[in-house]
Structures are given as C-alpha cells and as structure tokens.
Design a protein around this ligand. Structure first.
Ligand SMILES: NC(=O)c1ccc[n+]([C@@H]2O[C@H](COP(=O)([O-])OP(=O)(O)OC[C@H]3O[C@@H](n4cnc5c(N)ncnc54)[C@H](OP(=O)(O)O)[C@@H]3O)[C@@H](O)[C@H]2O)c1
Length: 315
C-alpha cells in the first residue's frame, strides 16, 4: 500500500509498504481521508515525545486520525461500515485499529469531515466532561477558540448545555466564526477584557497557555476548574497563586499520551451517543491528496491556517 513516511530531510514522502494485518481484536480499514494535527508537525520536527500509548504511534509515520470503510471486521463492525477514529500512521491506504476504538460516521458527513473530527472531539469531550467535571448550566471559557480543537470545544460546550460559552481570539476578524461555532460571546485579546472578573467562569478549556493562562486565572469563579490542553502561546506561565488558593481553583493538565486502551474505549463509548446528535461539523481549512503531503505540511505550518488540514486517499 501507499503510506506517508518521514524520511531524512526531514520530508514527508509517499512510500510503498505492506498492508497491515489486523490482530485478533482489530479491524482493517480502507482509509478515505486522514486529518493532520500539530502532533504530526512536532514528530516531523523531532520535538514530539512519544510513549507507549493505548494505540500504536510510529514516529516515522504521519497521521493520527482517519475516516474510511471497514474491510475485515471483528466485534460489532461489518465490512463496508463507514467509520472514523484515531490510529497511528493514518496517511496511508489502510490502517488497523482495535474495534472498541471506532466510531460510526454520522449520516451526511463527508469522508473529509469525518477524518477531521476524531482527535478534536475526543480531546475536548474528555477535557470538558471528565477532566473539567462540567455540569449543564455552567459557564465555559475556551482559549484559542479559533484553533481546530477550540472551535470544537465551543460547539461541544454549547451542545452539552453550558449556561454561557465564551471564546478568545487575537483576531477580531475571526470572532464571527467563534460565534458561529456556538459561542455566546468572544473576548479579543490580549489583553483580555476584564468584565468577567468576579462573576467568572466555572470551566476554562485552555489551548494557549503562556500569558493567556496568566490572564484567565482571575476570570475563574471560586471552585472553578482550568483544564490545560494546548500551549500554542508558550509552555510556561506566571500564575497568581494567591487567587488560585483563595478561589480554590483546580488547574489540571491533560493529554492522550500514555492513555491505555480500556480508558480510550470508555471515552469513545461515552462520546458515541453524542456523535450522531452533535450539530456542528468540523471546519475544514484545506484538502490535499496523499501525493500533495508536503503542500499540506506547508499549510499546517501557516499562521493563516483556520480549521483542519485533511488528506484524501484514493484507491
Ligand atoms: N488537534 C488535536 O486534536 C489536539 C489534541 C490535543 C491537544 N492539542 C493542542 O491544542 C492546541 C491547538 O491545536 P490545533 O491543532 O487545534 O491548533 P490550530 O488549529 O493550529 O490553532 C491555530 C490557532 O491558534 C491560535 N494561536 C496560534 N498561536 C497563538 C499564540 N501564540 N497565542 C495565542 N493563540 C495562538 C490562533 O488563534 P487566533 O489567531 O485567532 O488568536 C490560531 O487560529 C495545540 O497546542 C495542540 O497541540 C490539539
């Protein structure tokens, strides 16, 4: 089969390799599209720290998420089922994945939309519901709301019954997209306007870190939870520990690295009933073929990126 590999350079190149053979609990999927992520860029730049995750990650392969058709089935799946999910090396004609980690493609979604969804949906659902302990009616602040994961976070919080959802962006011209994703209000900054100080948010989903994390701590209400997901704005932050203590805030980091298969399977089971109901499809920035993978990388690294970069795979 054709698959994308990182070769010395470091360049992403389409190579030929044997089609994977599914293990007893695995399904063989014919990939139709694969979503690209920051982690692919980090791997290419050798700054990704892989570990023994619940799903296999080959550091010289590209792609963490996919949509496609079941070819060889096991468990609840049948040949021909349209599915999506996470796996290692999804920029390829075929992937194998444990049957418990697959989701059914929602009716009406294209292969491209389905491939853009798994990573962001699982990350944000887990961050909001499990890590952040969100309850319907609570207020949610999403930093970096125009990032691919941020837009999904805004939509999920709104869909799951948040009392108020607010997103941050540095660019006023992108505020309308954050509102369209489901937000009630947008904070443009830095500096972030301070009108939420005192009233505060119950949950913050932070994708930016750095000075943005510093700025949001005073905006969290007593007993609130700050979930640290991404560090687009920097991996270190000054924190007002006086506020943290006085307001009894929880600051919790999260990542999928190191998660084991049973935990991922439970998370996917929890998300499963929501996927067909979730009203918002992922925002697609651009679509490339497998052979255009280097162009896709350029786009992924562009500051103008807005939404997901997706690779389509023809057979
Ligand atoms: N993709 C995933 O599934 C996933 C999973 C777990 C964690 N993460 C992490 O979540 C973060 C977002 O990932 P993504 O792939 O969704 O990102 P993305 O789409 O590439 O994010 C681009 C957005 O990030 C904002 N941004 C970029 N640099 C910034 C900075 N220095 N300060 C503030 N905002 C900045 C920009 O928003 P404005 O210009 O509008 O301000 C831009 O629209 C990353 O740190 C990633 O590692 C992603």
């Amino acid at each position: 089969m054709r698959a994308v590999r990182t070769v010395t350079g470091p360049r992403w190149t389409v190579v030929r390799m044997p089609r994977p053979v599914p293990a007893p609990e695995e399904v063989l999927v014919r990939v139709r599209a694969a979503g690209l992520n920051r982690a692919d860029v980090l791997m290419r730049d050798d700054t990704y720290v892989p570990d023994d995750a619940g799903w296999s990650v080959a550091t010289d392969r590209v792609g963490f998420e996919f949509s496609g058709e079941v070819v060889e089935s096991t468990g609840e799946w049948s040949a021909g089922d349209a599915v999506l999910g996470q796996a290692g090396g999804t920029c390829a004609e075929f992937v194998t994945v444990d049957h418990r980690l697959l989701l059914r493609r929602p009716a009406g979604w294209s292969w491209t939309e389905a491939a853009a969804a798994p990573s962001a949906l699982l990350t944000e659902y887990d961050a909001l519901m499990h890590v952040g302990g969100f309850r319907p009616g609570e207020t949610v602040l999403v930093t970096g709301a125009t990032s691919a994961v941020g837009l999904v976070a805004v939509g999920l919080a709104s869909y799951l019954g948040a009392g108020r959802v607010v997103g941050t962006t540095r660019r006023r011209e992108r505020a309308a997209s954050v509102l369209a994703a489901g937000a009630d209000d947008v904070l443009v900054g830095p500096p972030l306007r301070a009108e939420y100080t005192g009233t505060g948010f119950d949950v913050v989903l932070d994708h930016v870190g750095g000075a943005t994390l510093t700025a949001v701590i005073p905006l969290v209400r007593p007993g609130g939870r700050v979930v640290q997901i991404g560090r687009l704005g920097g991996g270190t932050a000054l924190l007002d520990l006086e506020i943290l203590a006085r307001h009894r805030l929880s600051l919790i980091g999260t990542t999928f690295r190191g998660r084991r298969l049973p935990e991922l399977a439970n998370l996917i089971d929890a998300l499963r009933p929501h996927l067909s109901e979730f009203p918002r499809r992922p925002l697609i920035d651009s679509v490339f073929s497998l052979e255009e993978i280097e162009d896709a990388y350029e786009r992924l690294a562009s500051p103008e990126l807005f939404g997901k970069v997706v690779i389509t795979v023809d057979h």
